[in-house]
Design a protein around this ligand. Sequence first.
Ligand code: NDP
Length: 253
Amino acid sequence: AAERLSGKTIFITGASAGIGQATALEYLDASNGNVKLILAARRLDRLEEFKEKALKEYSSAKIYIGQLDVTQFDKIQPFLDGLPEEFKDIDILVNNAGKALGSDKVGEISTADIEGMINTNVVGLITVTQAVLPIFKAKNSGDIVNLGSVAGREAYPTGSIYCATKHAVRAFTQSLRKELIDTKIRVIEIDPGNVETEFSLVRYKGDAVRAKKVYENTEPLYADDVADLIVYTTSRKPNTVVADVLLFATNQA
Ligand code: NDP
């Protein structure tokens, strides 16, 4: 894996926490610090903190951090255009930024929450992909990893919009893979089950007690479990693609 990752430039959205941040760390670890990371999220202070720590451990790594809200669609292309020259040639895109907001039944969900989920999980992901695609097409290579969810394969009550967004991610990913079938660009869907991150805190809007309960009854996945899989899929032989993975904790049904 280290050899195949060596020198790669990896762009991770939502890298300030959870799976995104764990993925950044996993790429550093798997490559012995021999990668360039572009880490984006809204909370720049969290990215700064991560960068500082990471560079202490992996002094050979190159890390660019930048503020990017993927729901500000018109800021995405300028973000890429503004990258320092040595980071412009992206090899791997990890479309990770995403969220659930609330647990309301259909009749009660606010328009703000509906838009928050759709704009982040779907329109943001698509727009970032559209911005990166020309780079991949120009060199006929590159990996696109989309974070779906088990919620993209089944649907549950009080998760209607989140489930709808992750079904959309799954459909988008499949279409894109088929559109790119004659290229060497790989399109990868990762669908985790329950992962212990800040996801539930965001979903329950800061209610830490409620968020903690989500992870109490069964052993969840941890962010680094998903990160490990992302790094695995993007370090396979270039003539193969791990196209579509459902990742559960061993005891999750
Ligand atoms: P976290 O809440 O821990 O992390 C989410 C990340 O996304 C943060 O870095 C956050 O950073 C970023 N983010 C949120 N909104 C935006 C935005 N508008 N623009 C840019 N970045 C944004 O959640 P997870 O790590 O668990 O989630 C990562 C992905 O995995 C999501 O797509 C989620 O749907 C998916 N997933 C999670 C599961 C789980 O159980 N946790 C299960 C299955 C899939 P900031 O706030 O600084 O912008």
